[in-house]
Design a protein around this ligand. Structure first.
Ligand code: IMP
Ligand code: MG
Length: 180
């Protein structure tokens, strides 16, 4: 597994340090808001578990599962495989995402959740790959862990064809792995 990695981009320590910083900001922001924290499955699970434990305020956990992605290329078409279970109308909602790439899935997620009329809706993404954004996507993430270059990364929840999610770091996959 680790031999398929070309370069470690973010070590476990760098990730945890940044999550602690974000935790202080999010704790202040949501102290009295009892937010619903919506994780977008599956890539977010590892980040989600670490991030919520640094938000030192009452909150509710919920998840959405979208599908659209296979291999390294986003198809653009989305389906909601599993919707949030909480009634978020009038609630403060914070979306947690693993990576903001072309923008297809976050745009879709935001549109979907907005229809449920939350009191507020903000986005926290661990990784942002702005070079990959599709033209016309204007959405901004409110909180970003790391802005990264245009490379395909795996680990810490992120996969390539469902592999590598359990690596403790975030690394760039060797091109020969996905060119095979
Ligand atoms: P977007 O819709 O193109 O912004 O990307 C959404 C999803 O694609 C993310 O939530 C990831 O699951 C996946 N994705 C995008 N870039 C990468 C990457 O570099 N590695 C692994 N998954 C990625
Ligand atoms: Mg994802």
């Amino acid at each position: 597994m680790e031999r398929d990695i070309e370069q470690i981009l973010l070590t476990p320590e760098q990730i945890q340090n940044r999550i602690r910083e974000l935790g202080e900001i999010l704790t202040a922001e949501y102290a009295d808001k009892d937010p619903v924290i919506v994780g977008v499955l599956k890539g977010v699970v590892v980040f989600y578990a670490d991030m919520v434990r640094q938000i030192k305020a009452p909150c509710q956990m919920d998840f959405m599962w979208l599908s659209s992605y296979s291999g390294t290329d986003s198809t653009g078409s989305m389906i909601v495989r599993q919707d949030v279970t909480a009634d978020i109308r009038g609630r403060h909602v914070l979306i947690l995402e693993d990576i903001y790439d072309t923008g297809n899935s976050l745009t879709y997620t935001v549109e979907h959740l907005k229809k449920k009329e939350p009191a507020s809706l903000k986005i926290c993404t661990l990784l942002d790959k702005p070079e990959r954004r599709k033209p016309g996507v204007t959405l901004q993430a409110d909180y970003v862990g790391f802005t990264i270059p245009n490379a395909f990364v795996v680990g810490y929840g992120l996969d390539y064809n469902e592999k590598y999610r359990n690596l403790p770091f975030i690394g760039i996959l060797k091109p020969e792995i996905y060119e095979k």
